[in-house]
Design a protein around this ligand. Structure first.
Ligand SMILES: Cc1ncc(COP(=O)(O)O)c(CNCCCC(=O)O)c1O
Length: 455
């Protein structure tokens, strides 16, 4: 039998040369003109990390209106995981646009929604009956996961972890750890949300069992299991800085939840959909969540999110209790089917592992040169470096956000788009699409090497 790794993966055909190219100042003149227009009609609350206006995107490359080409190491914060304008996604969405663009699934359903629910049942961890409700955004998925857990348990309490991020709606703002810029001034916030210490091995030095005992003790004292509907956990914390918990931490939390009748919800909105080399990061930790939340990469750039859970939990919601006008839109659902098919046909789980090797190898070389690189962490194509003040990597590990900002600025001027993260803004995160070649990663890291040398 041919090993899947021996199966030739089709060489993708790109519509944009996969190379970095800077031909004007960044931002260029056309971007600057567009920015002037934007300031007249878009509030500053909608900020842009890099105010260059993108005219085309394909594979791992963004092309701005001035003809500059950027290596995109952010994928729109983990959305274009299989590559920008991936051919099969474009074809599936285009075909669907000609057939059905909208009916509202809760009025007259259509197959694409059902097919996505079947694929999520197949690829989320756990061999049991599952149900999925499709919505439009990650925060909407979190909101629906919480309300279904509350209905199922008859309890109100929502437990979350330090350094978590879950969205920008009223409930999810209350669930986030960092207030600014997401929540400042936007209160009052939803109640019955209880935040406990997480596992952050680089800083706490705790084993998974020790960190889990701390989390559980905190929740038992501040709210009590009997009042908790759910515990919502990112297997790898995204906006919090790609914090990978200590081995055993997450399964210890899940065991406690199971024993106490608390719904364990894995927020896989940033870590899911092949990003880490598994369909869902939970699999790396032996987790079988009661509910898995998906979004971002699921539809290749189109807005779609899923709440997938044990049938007996999901079926707690009364008929008509779940829905929304655009939830599971046919075009987004068709794109999602193409994403799942592309992950299989192009062996993208292996590509994520390839990218981990390329990124970790290159970043390890940089860490040997620059002592401000405190830790390299992450899994698959979800890798980050935490930057610390010089000389503190093995002592206080004091955050160094100035270095992060200087590196991002240097890199973007030279055609490499890399994103920040972390509660203290001192994390550089790498979320490249799985279409990013080793050569592009090496080129991008050479620019980041120059940036470190300039610090
Ligand atoms: C784990 C996790 N859960 C939930 C969400 C929220 O998903 P939405 O699709 O942005 O609502 C996210 C979104 N993270 C990026 C936010 C970007 C921004 O708003 O500036 C996440 O990472």
């Amino acid at each position: 039998m041919t090993d899947i790794l021996d199966t030739p993966v089709a060489t993708p055909v790109y519509t944009v040369p996969q190379e970095r190219k800077i031909v004007t100042a960044v931002p260029g003149p056309k971007s600057q003109e567009l920015h002037r227009r934007r300031l007249e009609v878009v509030p500053p609350g909608v900020s842009s990390a890099l105010p260059v206006y993108i005219a085309k995107a394909n594979g791992a490359i963004l092309v701005d209106v001035d003809g500059n080409q950027f290596i995109d190491l952010g994928a729109g914060i983990g959305v274009t995981t299989i590559g920008h304008t991936e051919a099969s996604v474009v074809a599936a969405a285009a075909a669907q646009l000609h057939d059905v663009t909208h009916t509202l699934f809760t009025i007259t359903p259509y197959e694409e929604y059902v097919r996505v629910a079947e694929l999520l049942a197949q690829h989320t961890p756990g061999d049991f009956a599952k149900r999925t409700v499709l919505v439009n955004s990650g925060a909407e998925a979190v909101e629906n996961g919480v309300k279904i857990a509350r209905k199922h348990t008859g309890r109100n309490g929502v437990a979350v972890l330090e350094h978590a991020y879950h969205g920008r709606t009223n409930l999810t703002m209350a669930m986030n750890y960092k207030a600014s810029p997401y929540a400042t001034g936007f209160g009052p916030f939803a109640g019955d949300v209880y935040r406990a210490p997480n596992s952050y091995p680089y800083h706490d030095g705790l084993s998974g069992a020790e960190a889990a005992a701390r989390t559980i003790a905190y929740l038992e004292k501040t709210v009590g299991a009997a009042d908790l509907a759910c515990l919502v956990v990112e297997p790898i914390q995204g906006e919090g800085g790609f914090v990978v918990p200590a081995p055993g931490y997450l399964t210890a939390l899940q065991e406690w939840c199971t024993a106490e009748g608390i719904v364990f919800i894995a927020d896989e909105i940033q870590s899911g959909m092949a990003r880490t080399g598994e369909y869902f990061a939970s699999s790396h930790f032996g987790l079988v969540p009661d509910m898995v939340l998906s979004a971002k990469g699921i539809a290749g750039g189109l807005p779609l999110a899923g709440v997938t859970g044990r049938a007996e939990i999901m079926d707690s919601a009364q008929p008509g209790g779940l829905g929304g006008t655009f939830g599971g839109n046919p075009v987004a659902a068709a794109a999602a089917v193409a994403v799942f098919e592309s992950i299989e046909s192009n062996d993208l789980l292996a590509e994520a592992k390839r990218i981990e090797t390329a990124l970790v190898g290159g970043l390890t070389e940089l860490q040997q040169k620059y002592d401000v690189i405190g830790e390299i962490r992450g899994i698959g194509a979800m890798i980050a470096i935490e930057l610390v003040q010089p000389g503190t990597a093995s002592t206080t590990k004091a955050p160094n956000s100035d270095a992060v900002n200087a590196i991002v600025s240097y890199a973007t001027q030279r055609g490499v788009l890399v994103l920040t993260a972390g509660t203290y803004g001192n994390v550089l995160r790498f979320l490249p699409s799985l279409a990013t070649s080793d050569a592009l990663i090496a080129d991008a890291l050479s620019v980041i090497d120059e940036a470190f040398a300039q610090l």
